[in-house]
Design a protein around this ligand. Structure first.
Ligand SMILES: Cc1ncc(COP(=O)(O)O)c(C=O)c1O
Length: 428
């Protein structure tokens, strides 16, 4: 049964453009707070003229920090920008942050002094990437992009084919003298084993940066994911469970890191109009912050509903041969930001791509995440060390199929999608 609290979520109808494209069941629709919950604050913001740098960003940061149990939640314009600013703040090429493992007592903000400690000022003018960051190839392209923007080299590693996340063992085996950081991702909202990854990072004195874009709504041992690691960076774009419109959150226990991310989202300007390093405009607007703030009130209900829908998908599809499921990490309750399955062509009787075409023919929109994987994308393939095959990544990229999930998907929609999959072979 749907959670009664979700009655605050309005029915989201197909857009005209989706209808024009013949899409009856869109891939995703955001679960948003009811307009009545938002309009008074929208009106207040518009009448006040305080469209940015106002009280709602501060309120969102405080509420998220409380929820995640971290010292700092810094609101930014997107997860991608958050990741870029984290690497910038760490100045990984210099590798000199003493507070890389969050919560270190040595970590304190002291006006300009930490800048030289981070080496941010010294890092200008470098033309060749020097430091390498271990990162899964089976992840969204924003992860390696944030590295390359910081003059860092992605060193791609394989994932576990069942959880789709990297393991601590695979990370440890990939560390070389050139490694300056470790980057992992809670793929599809399935949390990584952060304590095990932190142990590897601590042993080698490396920062651990988590792409937690899919993390809101996920929990580990009944606590929301977001604490632990050097920083965890969330996305609040419309495909996520907590939506700002566009936006991101950098969660960290490190005072220095939070300080530099705050500076970085303000062009590197601390207010003196003398840029301390080259930052960006990475601010989250007030209208976005207030949208996400109201979204926090329904987040648990949204996550519970997603898990119910994921369970129905799994129950229905497990009757079919050749369909595989992502295994939640031990102790985890995934957010199911995506409900992704794998299609074994020999056992299922058709390829993932053929099945996608059948579904599309019925107006059911799907995604093939992450295909091509990062190490085969134009922007990143030259970083790939071909002597290191990534078989699980290639297999998942060829077989993964993300099915519609979101505010518009109820049991009836699941039944239709599953029936279409079950009868796909007859449609050829
Ligand atoms: C795993 C992952 N990382 C990063 C991002 C980028 O997030 P944003 O669009 O907020 O920059 C996404 C976007 O969906 C994502 O899926």
């Amino acid at each position: 049964m749907p959670d009664a609290r979700l009655s605050v979520i309005p029915e989201v109808r197909s857009t005209e453009s989706a209808a024009a494209a013949g899409i009856r069941v869109p891939f995703v629709r955001p679960a948003l707070p009811a307009p009545e919950a938002l309009l008074p604050a929208y009106e207040e913001i518009l009448r006040s003229g305080q469209l940015t740098k106002g009280k709602y960003v501060v309120a969102l940061e405080q509420a998220v920090a409380r929820r995640l149990g971290v010292r700092h939640a810094v609101a930014v314009s997107s997860c991608t920008v958050g990741l870029m600013l984290v690497y910038k703040a760490l100045d990984l090429s210099a590798g000199s942050c003493r507070s890389r493992q969050g919560g270190d007592a040595e970590c304190s903000v002291n006006a300009l002094e930490p800048l030289s400690r981070f080496g941010v000022v010294r890092s200008g003018g470098r033309s060749e990437p020097v430091g390498e960051v271990i990162i899964p190839s089976f992840t969204f392209l924003a992860g390696p992009a944030a590295l390359v923007w910081n003059n860092l080299r992605p060193a791609f590693i394989d994932v576990d084919p069942y959880t789709t996340n990297v393991t601590a063992q695979a990370v440890a085996a990939a560390i070389t003298p050139r490694t300056v950081a470790i980057s992992v991702c809670h793929n599809f909202g399935n949390p990584c084993d952060i304590p095990a990854l932190e142990a590897v990072a601590a042993e080698h004195g490396l920062p651990l940066v988590v792409d937690a874009a899919h993390g809101f709504g996920a929990s580990m041992h009944r606590r929301p994911v977001g604490a632990g690691a050097t920083a965890q960076v969330f996305s609040l774009s419309p495909t996520k469970l907590l939506v700002a419109g566009e936006g991101g959150i950098v969660a960290t226990d490190c005072d220095c890191l939070a300080h530099f991310v705050r500076l970085g989202r303000e062009y590197g300007n601390d207010g003196s109009y003398d840029a301390l390093f080259s930052g960006v405009n990475g601010r989250m607007p007030e209208l976005s912050a207030v949208t996400a703030l109201a979204g926090l009130d329904i987040l648990d209900a949204v996550a519970t509903r997603r898990r119910q829908i994921a369970a129905v998908y799994r129950r229905e599809l497990s009757r079919l041969p050749g369909i595989g499921f992502i295994e939640p990490t031990a102790g985890a309750e995934p957010s199911y930001k995506d409900f992704s399955v794998t299609i074994d062509p020999a056992r299922f009787g058709m390829s993932r791509d053929a099945l996608r075409r059948v579904l599309a023919g019925r107006g059911i929109e799907t995604r093939a995440y992450y295909n091509p994987p990062c190490h085969r994308q134009t922007a990143f393939e030259h970083f790939y060390d071909r002597s290191r095959p990534l078989p699980a990544t290639d297999l998942l990229a060829a077989r993964s199929l993300a099915l519609p999930i979101g505010a518009h998907v109820d049991e009836a929609v699941v039944a239709e999608v599953c029936d279409t999959i079950a009868n796909a072979k007859h449609s050829l």
